[in-house]
Every structure is written in C-alpha cells, then in structure tokens.
Design a protein around this ligand. Structure first.
Ligand code: FDA
Length: 496
C-alpha cells in the first residue's frame, strides 16, 4: 500500500523479475513485485482467461483500439480489426523504425510467447555474453534455468506421426534436402498435455490455435513455475495494474513512485513505496525507458553514459515459402514450434519452422529467423514529447534478410519454389518491421557491473533482458533466466 517500506522491490514479473523474487524470498527477504499488466487469473464472460488468436477481442492488445497482428496480411488482405481499448496481454510498442512486441501481465513475456526454450550453443556463448564465465553458465546456471522453467522436447516418435506437425516435417524435408542441419527446439509447453489434446482427452490450447494472446492450457508460463514457487514462500506479494514511474534516492534507500491503472489505462492513484533495494526487471524496453528517463530528468543522476545503449532486435526476420501442391503443410497445425534450421556458423541464421495455424491448407512454410544482425540502437530521452525514443532504422534489418536468404534462397532453388508475398503486405516478402526479442539497453559490465549492479547508485540492479547486448543467437528467455540465476546468487551472497 501507499507509504509502505519494503526490503526489496522488483519492477516487472517476467523472467528476470520472477527469478529475483524467488531467490530473494528463499534467502529470507520479503519481496514486493510491481506489474503494470493484469493478473490474468480470472476467466472472462466466455469462461476463458485468454482470447483466441483467430478472433482477438479486448483481451488481446495492450491499450489499442485496433489489433496489430504480426502477420498483418493474409492472401493480400489486411486482417486487423477493431477492439475496445483495454489492458490486454500483448503490447505492440511502436518506435520510429520498429514495432516491439512484449507481454503485459503477471508473467511478462511468458504469457504470450511460444515457449521455445533454447540454450545457445556453447561455441556461440562468448558472442552472446562476452564478460560472463561460460563454464559457470553451462555447468550451473543454464541447467538450473532449464529445470526451473520445465523445459522438454517433443517425443520424436509422436512428432513423426501426428498431423499437427506435418508443417514441421515438410520443413525438415526441405532443410535436409538442401543440406542444412535440422534440430528439435525444446519448449516449456507440456508435451504430454499436447498429446492428450491430439487424442481428444484434454481441452485444446496449442491444437486450438492459441498463441500470442495467452494459452488457456498446456503452457508452463512463469505463473506455473517460478512465480508459483515464489508465492509459496509466503514472502512475495504482487501488485498487478501498477506501473513504476520513478525511482529516486532517499537517505540510503529509494523512493519508488507507482501509478495504479484501471483496465482502460487510466491512472486511478499514485503511491510511493520506500525500498532498500530495487530490481529493474521491466524487460529490455521497460527497464531502458525507465533508466534513460530517470537519468535525464535528474532522479538518478549518477547512472553512467552506457544507460540506453546496446539495444538489438535479436536479428528477428520472418518469411514464408509457397510449397508445391504435393507438399501440403496441413490444415491442422500446433501453434508451438518444435524444430528449426541451424545455419548460424555458415550464414548467421537460425530459423524456426513456425506454424501458420489458420485452420485451412495454405501450402505455406513459415519461418521466424534469428540472425546475427550487428546493428545496435540507443534509447534517448525526448524532453519535448516527454517520451523515450529509440533510433533503430527500418533499413537496419537488411543484414538479417541477407542472412535468412542464405537458408531460403537455397531451399527455394533446390525445391523449385518461391517466397510468399502475401503475408506482410501486398507483394512484400520479408516480415522486417518487428521484433519479439528486444535485448539490451542496460548492458552487463557496461551500464552495470558484471552482476547487474547499476553503476552510480548502490542498491539498484538490472536483472532482465536489458543486460544482454542485443543478440542471443537463439530465442532469448532461457539465457535471460540463467543470467538472472547467476546474478541473484552473487547479489544474495555478497550484498544482503
Ligand atoms: P518481460 O518482458 O518478460 O517482463 C517485463 C515485465 O515488466 C512485463 O510484464 C511488463 O508488463 C512489466 N513492466 C514493464 N514496465 C513496467 C513498469 N514501468 N512498471 C511495472 N511493470 C512494468 N522468447 C523465447 O525464448 N522463446 C520464445 O518462443 C519466444 N516467443 C515470443 C513470442 C512473442 C509473441 C513475444 C512477444 C516474445 C517472445 N519471446 C520468446 C521473447 C521473450 O518472451 C522475452 O525475451 C522475455 O519475456 C523477456 O524477459 P524479461 O524478464 O526481460 O522481461
């Protein structure tokens, strides 16, 4: 409540925040978590917590009056529709040159994401986090993160036989015929549950098109894993629909200013809480925006010049290929990708074979590529608008397109196929307008020390994707979780 005093305040309830809360609570520290999104624990009038992907309603998007689907066209027609403005679960945050998709609610990105839980190849780790000891990560913190998140692989025998992964098997055949390594991608979706969905003995979620706006069943989001364990300690409280707007020093502690929101996004109250320690876990964009604003406006004047820098899009780029009539990808498609094409070493691209769960046969193969895009952007405070800008340029996606082409130009040549041009616009091949994987903005060992302690203000920490300098070579949340496990262990041992 207003005026409260807490030992540890965590801003945000995504991966970094949930790890911090659990480990601090286990060490005997009372933790208060502040989350701007909703709790997502109460069914709506249709009996479901989350709305479906194919018929998005007010629950879909964060404070928008029209949806902004990542695949915004189908068969050349725009598919977005009007919705009522509500604190929905997926934010499509628009900056000048890029739209950044993020989860909003208790559980952060784990509510909306595909659950793909990939540990980078060890040989790529020094590129991902150059200042971190790889032995410690691969011996201790990656295994701890994978166990805490509940990561597992699809049963290969079921994969080979189920109609729900025909799209992936077509992807495998084409990858292998062009000589690319094809790998299974682990996930936090409960694979046994999915098999029961297929058998008709469990309520369908992944097999009913649910993804992006939340899964009503099957997916082990943070609500079911780290946050459940954190709550069970009895030491963690969470305030949903509360947004942190300021953090400022106050006699060796910090005063945190928090706005309470209603479901239309309006501010209904402003509160202050005093905290001994504050953990910034608002995600790469949320943490960067706060820190850049607080430095520029003088609330946290001692933050260094690295704050706001080193932001990358994990090289995300999407595309589709049009298959021949003898290569249907299936009307039935699981929304959970489980396989990918690895051409990182030779071409700088790791491509997930993604579903296009429209319910009809499309003869399309669809891919989300993660590429070694070298471009990095910076967040800056704009005093005139009172907002934080990001200087990413639309043209900075070109290296990602070139890297993705090292895979798909070859497959198209081998198969005699072409790119789809109807998924992202009218005659547009590349989905190069967005990222799902924002990373950086308060980079480890630059804006912070090598464990996330912010320079200049003792007791302030960054513990989320903002620490990672722009690229993880694979999907990021396992690395965000593992790094948080490493850092919080050190912080508990030496700072408390
Ligand atoms: P995260 O974004 O999870 O959490 C931050 C939280 O802080 C949010 O809940 C936010 O509402 C809250 N917040 C922000 N500002 C605040 C403020 N001022 N006050 C209070 N609260 C505030 N990754 C992966 O590894 N595999 C995958 O399959 C996918 N797929 C995927 C799909 C889609 C559609 C998206 C959008 C993202 C993915 N990702 C993914 C990315 C993954 O979800 C992402 O990298 C992590 O959620 C980031 O974790 P963090 O802990 O950094 O922040």
């Amino acid at each position: 409540g207003d005026g409260a005093q807490v030992p540890a305040l965590v801003i945000g309830t995504g991966y970094g925040g949930s790890v911090a809360a659990l480990r601090l609570a286990q060490a005997g520290v009372d933790v208060h978590m502040v989350e701007m999104g909703m709790a997502w624990d109460t069914p709506g009038s249709d009996g479901k917590i989350f709305c479906s992907t194919l018929s998005p309603d007010h629950r879909s998007f964060w404070l928008r009056t029209r949806t902004k689907m990542p695949l915004n066209y189908f068969l050349g027609f725009p598919i977005d529709r009007d919705v009522s403005r509500y604190t929905g679960v997926l934010d499509a945050e628009e900056f000048g040159g890029i739209t950044v998709y993020q989860g909003r609610g208790v559980g952060g990105g784990s509510l909306v994401n595909g659950g793909m839980a990939v540990t980078p190849k060890r040989e790529n780790f020094s590129y991902v986090l150059p200042s971190v000891n790889a032995d410690e990560m691969y011996n201790t913190y990656y295994p701890r993160a994978n166990a805490g998140l509940g990561v597992a692989n699809v049963d290969p025998a079921w994969f080979d036989s189920t109609p729900w992964y025909q799209f992936s098997r077509v992807g495998r055949k084409h990858a292998q015929r062009s000589g690319f390594p094809f790998v299974f991608v682990p996930d936090v979706y409960d694979w046994d549950y999915m098999e029961r969905e297929a058998a008709g003995t469990a309520t369908k979620s992944a097999l009913a098109g649910e993804i992006l706006f939340g899964n009503n069943h099957g997916k082990k989001s943070l609500q079911q894993t780290y946050l459940a364990r954190a709550r069970a300690t009895g030491r963690v409280s969470i305030s949903p629909l509360h947004r942190v707007v300021s953090v400022a020093p106050a006699g060796g502690r910090y005063t945190v200013t928090i706005e309470q929101l209603d479901t239309g996004g309006g501010v209904t109250a402003t509160k202050t809480v005093t905290a001994d320690r504050v953990f910034f876990a608002a995600g790469s964009v949320g943490t960067s925006k706060l820190l850049v604003k607080l430095k520029a406006t003088g609330a946290l004047p001692n933050l260094n010049g690295e704050v706001g820098k080193g932001w990358g899009d994990n090289g995300n780029v999407m595309c589709g290929r049009a298959n021949h009539l003898w290569d249907p990808t299936g009307a039935q498609q699981s929304t959970i990708p489980c396989a990918g094409i690895d051409n990182w070493a030779a071409g700088g691209a790791f491509a997930e074979v993604a579903p296009l769960p429209t319910g009809i046969e499309t003869f399309a193969s669809f891919y989300l590529s993660i590429t070694r895009n070298p471009n990095r952007a910076q967040f800056t405070w704009n005093g005139a608008t009172g907002r934080v800008d990001l200087n990413w340029q639309a043209s900075w996606k070109q290296p990602s397109i070139d890297m993705a082409k090292t895979i798909f130009d070859k497959i198209n040549a081998k198969e005699g196929t072409i790119y789809r041009t109807d998924l992202f616009g009218t005659y547009k091949i590349w989905g190069d307008h967005l990222t799902y994987h924002p990373l950086g903005g308060a980079v480890l060992n630059r804006a912070t020390d090598n464990y996330g302690r912010l320079h200049g203000h003792p007791g302030l920490y960054v513990i989320d994707g903002a620490l990672i300098p722009g690229n993880t070579s694979v999907n990021p949340f396992v690395t965000i979780t593992a790094l948080a496990e490493r850092n919080i262990e050190k912080i508990i041992a030496t700072d408390l």
